[in-house]
Ligand binder design. Structure first.
Ligand SMILES: [Zn+2]
Ligand SMILES: [Zn+2]
Length: 372
């Protein structure tokens, strides 16, 4: 019955219309085509439903934004992921959400759907690098095994709900509108249980400890959310289950810090290597030893970059870089022989041999002599 006309056109407003304009236009149209004013007219009834649907979306800024971007498609997929249950692991809501914003925040699911759950999982940077299959244990409302989620004692029957006559909805007057809402007696199911299951009290679900396997893909970062469809709370009275969201947290690593796909570390380098050049070896998270060439004369604080030695790109190809910051170390314990060599070295620094000698000390001496 739904009329496939643009919501703004239906409500006879501009796309830029503000909330107030929307509301007054909706009110005017709703009055015109309200079924109570046009008894027996299918056309009015269809239009009334259509404008109500349109107003329902446009009055909610988030839904409106989603509609502006995607049209009705934004809502047709509303049930995505719900009730898929089973093996829907590794379904990345983050990627969805970056696409659709919170358009699905108001997911057009029945009110009876089970709640979504959050689980915080800490993993090591190594695990984030390689990905892992994690097993998590949660206490969650699950479909009652005795009544298989129906809420009725096995073998007992159901009868039609008296209050709503089996429609699952009741009509109520609200101002001058008649609104439909979910029947409070049968919760929208249209039927009531004659003999409630005594294990779950007729709700169809019981708390249960469950172990769930979750596939953590390589490249996840602090705050990455992984949606495990259908592994949230079971819905009451056999309704669809919610989703389970795994929030990833990364434990500190003793060598690397991470910024996106870049792995950052500091490497101590002896002053001789810093002066003469050489190489340092860094064990990467990939298990390989990365040989980093240190150019001669490198200064403390200088950063070297090893391309492709960083974190893998989540759900993508390739890897980021490894950035190594050089910390030149001053030796603290020298043997007598080493000291002797360094003294000898120092003499070359001020002597004629030194390429850096620019007569600086001679000039300084000259100034000193002038002053005294
Ligand atoms: Zn039960
Ligand atoms: Zn009812």
């Amino acid at each position: 019955m739904s009329l496939d006309i643009d919501y703004y056109e239906l409500l006879e407003v501009e796309r830029s219309a503000d909330e107030k304009t929307l509301k007054s236009s909706y009110r005017r149209l709703a009055m015109e085509c309200h079924p109570d004013r046009n008894p027996g007219c299918d056309k009015s009834e269809a239009k009334f439903k259509a404008i109500s649907e349109a107003y329902d979306v446009l009055k909610d800024p988030q839904k409106r934004a989603a509609y502006d971007r995607l049209g009705k498609a934004a809502f047709e997929n509303g049930g995505m992921g719900g009730g898929q249950g089973g093996a829907g692991f590794g379904d990345f809501s983050d990627i969805f959400e970056s696409f659709f914003g919170d358009a699905f925040g108001g997911r057009q699911r029945g009110p009876a759907r089970g709640a979504d759950l959050r689980y915080d999982l800490e993993i090591s940077l190594d695990e984030a690098f390689h990905g892992k299959d994690a097993e998590i244990t949660i206490d969650v409302a699950s479909a009652c095994g005795t009544c298989e989620g129906t809420g009725a004692t096995p073998g007992s029957g159901k009868r039609r709900c008296n209050l709503c006559g089996g429609h699952g909805k009741v009509r109520a007057q609200q101002g001058f509108f008649v609104v439909e809402r979910t029947c409070p007696t049968c919760h929208g199911r249209g039927e009531v249980i004659e003999d409630p299951c005594n294990v779950c009290g007729g709700e169809g679900r019981v708390d249960e400890r469950k172990t769930i396997s979750v596939n953590i893909p390589p490249g996840v970062d602090e705050g990455t959310r992984i949606r495990v469809a259908g592994k949230g709370e079971a819905g009451p009275y056999g309704a669809a289950a919610g989703d389970l969201y795994i929030f990833i947290h990364l434990a500190r690593h003793k060598v690397f810090e991470r910024d996106g796909t870049t792995l950052f570390c500091r490497a101590p380098v002896s002053f001789t290597t810093a002066s003469l050049g050489g190489e340092i070896r860094i064990p990467g998270l990939d298990g390989a030893e990365h040989i980093i060439l240190v150019p001669e004369g490198i200064q403390s604080g200088k950063q070297l970059r090893q391309r492709g030695a960083g974190m893998p790109v989540l759900q993508g190809r390739g890897r980021g870089d490894m950035v190594i910051q050089i910390d030149v170390e001053t030796p603290t314990r020298l043997t007598a022989r080493q000291k002797e060599l360094l003294r000898e070295f120092r003499e070359t620094e001020t002597g004629a041999e030194s390429p850096q000698s620019s007569g600086f000390f001679d000039r300084l001496k000259g100034i000193w002599d002038d002053l005294t």
